[in-house]
Design a protein around this ligand. Structure first.
Ligand code: HEC
Ligand code: HEC
Ligand code: HEC
Ligand code: HEC
Length: 406
């Protein structure tokens, strides 16, 4: 069985390979596809290579250097953020393609862009490789060592932490930390220690250290990336929904987890949840709630759910989208009501009018559009993610309207 899927690039990158755990990707993809429009990240990875994105973009180090590394920066936010980034960079990409004599990426099959977006979106799901050396320092700085032994060093107030399987997923450790939080925080308070918080990559480094000290021989544990459908149920049954909304509707006791600035991988999100332990604990006491406990993959499932929900982004506004359609100059070529003029009608009935597929058609026609606009000295219409979201909602609405009429 194949364990890793690599992106291999041409000579420019010296054949370096980046390994993404395809088992994780695949297991997640099977579930995620059930969501309307959501693509298959594994197929998306293949498109990233076959369409030559990889010749200009690296993913965490492996790949071209002409554009930014999309594993490290660049891909953020919802589908609309990714799509807006891609659209806005069409002219810059065009210049570079001419300079380096590259062929332009074009999506041949409906669904290609959806798959690619799913791949780019999933890049954030996974952690950057942690640094066990830094993690070791943090283990002392955050006072873990006062209560926990690793190897010959450390206290015995808490259990030893060097007995974990090496392959244990970071989220599992984060889950243990959460489950034992109450007893641990009490122990900390007795020793006059502050409850530690984690910034940036700290939790990833710290957990990388614990894993590196783990049991080499322990059985390989299957790392599931979590099941969003289960996660949705746990979000209710574990009481998260009593305090958190995801995009708008729901409780306001805690921050909206759709809109909150939750940058980073799922492990980092788990770290942020831990950082809020005292406040959450307080809020739970006020509501007379039991602190939720998690077993097996439950926490991973919840984070998978939160993560997928964020792909959809905030609500959209069709009438604002109609305005944007005019302001960005689409109406000049496609007609006031999108019935077609210089460019084809955009209101033809379509079975597959997902936001991903409309974006795909826009992308494919981008280079011609750019050329025409250069001729007429019209500046390239750039989009904020929210603007693109509204525009796509508008285009989607006129297509489904026309498909309803006889
Ligand atoms: C010929 C080189 C080239 C190719 C091919 C290329 N890009 Fe780019 N890309 C760039 C450059 C250069 C930038 C930065 C320019 C800019 O900021 O507008 C960029 C920026 C981006 C960004 C925005 C990153 C950010 O931080 O703002 C995304 C997303 C992106 N590219 C995705 C893709 C995808 C997906 C493909 C394949 C379909 C692709 N690119 C193909 C050169 C390329
Ligand atoms: C003041 C003492 C103290 C400090 C400091 C402390 N812990 Fe703990 N920790 C405990 C105790 C006590 C338990 C067991 C709680 C229980 O039995 O529920 C525990 C449990 C754990 C567990 C669960 C272990 C298992 O077998 O399931 C993890 C993981 C953990 N701690 C990690 C950490 C990390 C990482 C740090 C540093 C950021 C840290 N702890 C700091 C006292 C401490
Ligand atoms: C009793 C109310 C309550 C419950 C139940 C609750 N939370 Fe929270 N949560 C909060 C509050 C309040 C904050 C913000 C604390 C602060 O401002 O420091 C928070 C913060 C968070 C954060 C950090 C958000 C950020 O912006 O960094 C995450 C992630 C989170 N909660 C996830 C969860 C999950 C997952 C569950 C269910 C297992 C859950 N919470 C259950 C009240 C709750
Ligand atoms: C300068 C004229 C011009 C402008 C401005 C323009 N388009 Fe186009 N568009 C065309 C032409 C011509 C085609 C068909 C030829 C092609 O595919 O390149 C087309 C094709 C398309 C398609 C593909 C239609 C299909 O059935 O495959 C979409 C979607 C689209 N445009 C959307 C837009 C949007 C959204 C805007 C505004 C941001 C816009 N266009 C602005 C001229 C234009």
């Amino acid at each position: 069985m194949r364990e890793t899927l690599s992106i291999r690039t041409g000579s420019r990158a010296g054949g370096a390979a980046v390994c993404l755990a395809s088992l994780i990707l695949l297991s997640f993809a099977g579930v995620a596809v059930a969501q309307e429009g959501f693509g298959d990240p594994v197929l998306g990875q293949a498109i990233f290579q076959s369409q030559g994105c990889v010749r200009c973009h690296a993913v965490r180090g492996a790949g071209g250097r002409i554009g930014p590394d999309l594993g490290r920066k660049g891909v953020r936010g919802s589908f609309y953020d990714i799509a807006a980034d891609m659209w806005n960079h069409l002219p810059a990409m065009g210049e570079k393609m001419r300079e380096f004599h590259l062929t332009r990426p074009r999506f041949e099959e409906e669904g290609d862009l959806a798959n690619l977006a799913a791949f780019l979106y999933f890049l954030k799901y996974f952690d950057e490789p942690g640094d066990p050396q830094t993690g070791k320092t943090l283990f002392t700085e955050k006072h873990c060592v006062r209560c926990h032994a690793v190897g010959a060093q450390g206290g015995d107030t808490g259990p030893r932490l060097d007995g974990l399987p090496r392959s244990v997923s970071p989220l599992r450790i984060a889950q243990d930390l959460w489950n034992h939080g109450s007893a641990m925080v009490t122990a900390m308070q007795m020793q006059d220690l502050d409850v530690p918080t984690f910034e940036g990559n700290e939790i990833i480094d710290l957990l990388a250290y614990l894993r590196s000290q783990g049991q080499r021989r322990a059985a390989r544990e299957f790392q599931s990336a979590g099941d969003p459908a289960n996660g949705r149920k746990f979000f209710d049954s574990k009481g998260c929904s009593r305090c958190h909304a995801i995009f708008g509707s729901g409780s306001r006791v805690g921050p909206d987890l759709g809109a909150a600035e939750l940058r980073g991988s799922v492990t980092q999100i788990a770290g942020r949840m831990w950082n809020h332990w005292p406040q959450m604990n307080q809020a739970m006491r006020e509501l007379g709630m039991q602190r939720p406990q998690f077993s097996s993959d439950e926490l991973a499932d919840i984070f998978a759910y939160i993560f997928i929900a964020r792909y959809e982004g905030t609500g959209v506004d069709v009438s604002r989208g109609e305005t944007i359609y005019r302001v960005k100059g689409c109406a000049t070529c496609h007609g006031e009501g999108a019935q077609g003029d210089i460019g084809p009608a955009l209101n033809a009935a379509s079975e597959e009018a997902t936001k991903e597929n409309i974006t795909e058609r826009m992308w494919n026609h981008g280079p011609d559009m750019w050329a025409k606009m250069m001729e007429q000295q019209i500046p390239w219409p750039r989009f904020e993610a929210e603007e693109l979201a509204d525009l796509l909602a508008y285009l989607k609405s006129i297509q489904s309207t026309s498909s309803n009429s006889p």
